[in-house]
Design a protein around this ligand. Structure first.
Ligand code: UDP
Length: 215
């Protein structure tokens, strides 16, 4: 038996399970699905057992894989480091109706939600989350632990650095092959923002055209 565990039995983890179980490429007669959660007190979510990480490590199976389905990217990174230390491989959750036109085989732990589109010549790092109806156009480079909320639109030739967050319905203008548009490390793009130029690392932008949010 092969085991797939979704790390995080919260709202997002439950959602990811809901489309993972529709995946036609998985032989569910040979695959058991669990949740892992460090703080959960229920025993089951959607009738699947919720284990502590320690309990998961003790499970006896020929193959065990984990996908970290926790929205907070810093927590994702911490858990991914732990998985690496324990030599537990990750698996991807790619919805059957996502349209993927690039090689994403090296994008460890990727989640591509239903109706997402990843166009041609796109590179994606580790543990990125791509929400429902998100599109990433051609020639984009996406770092590690990047999150796209529902309906984000990233046009062509955009580079998005590690831990950036693109809010629901945000639109990112295209760059070009000589001068990509850059969203810096850990930047946050507010929902519905229209980003027309680079966003520096660690900065939050909102509005149309997107401007720096002064708190
Ligand atoms: N969680 C965890 N380990 C951590 C941090 C969080 O297992 O180090 C779990 C937490 O207990 C919760 C889930 O991750 O069940 C996050 O769920 P939440 O609904 O807060 O956010 P989501 O990421 O699902 O939007």
């Amino acid at each position: 038996m092969k085991i797939y565990a979704i790390y995080g039995a919260g709202g997002f983890g439950g959602q990811v399970y809901s489309f993972l179980k529709l995946n036609k490429s998985i032989d569910f007669s040979q695959t058991l699905i669990y949740f892992i959660d460090d703080n959960f007190h229920a025993e089951y979510l959607f009738n699947r057992p919720i284990l502590s990480y320690k309990e998961f490590l003790k499970l006896d199976a020929s193959e065990k894989y984990v996908n970290v389905a926790i929205a907070n990217s810093k927590i994702r990174e911490k858990i991914n480091h732990q998985l690496m230390e324990d030599a537990i491989p990750t698996f991807q959750v790619i919805s059957d109706n996502s349209v993927i036109l690039s090689d994403i085989t090296k994008s460890s732990g990727l989640i591509a939600s239903p109706f997402s589109i990843i166009s041609s010549n796109v590179e994606i790092g580790d543990s990125c989350h791509i929400g429902f109806h998100t599109s990433i156009s051609h020639d984009c480079k996406i770092g590690n632990y990047v999150t796209f909320a529902t309906g984000a639109r990233c046009n062509g030739n955009v580079f998005i650095e590690d831990h950036a967050y693109v809010g629901s319905g945000a639109v990112v203008k295209n760059g070009n092959s000589e001068r990509p548009l850059i969203i810096g490390k850990g930047a946050i793009i507010g929902m519905g923002a229209v980003v027309t130029k680079d966003v520096p690392a660690g900065i939050t932008v909102v509005g149309n055209p997107a401007k720096i949010l002064i708190k």
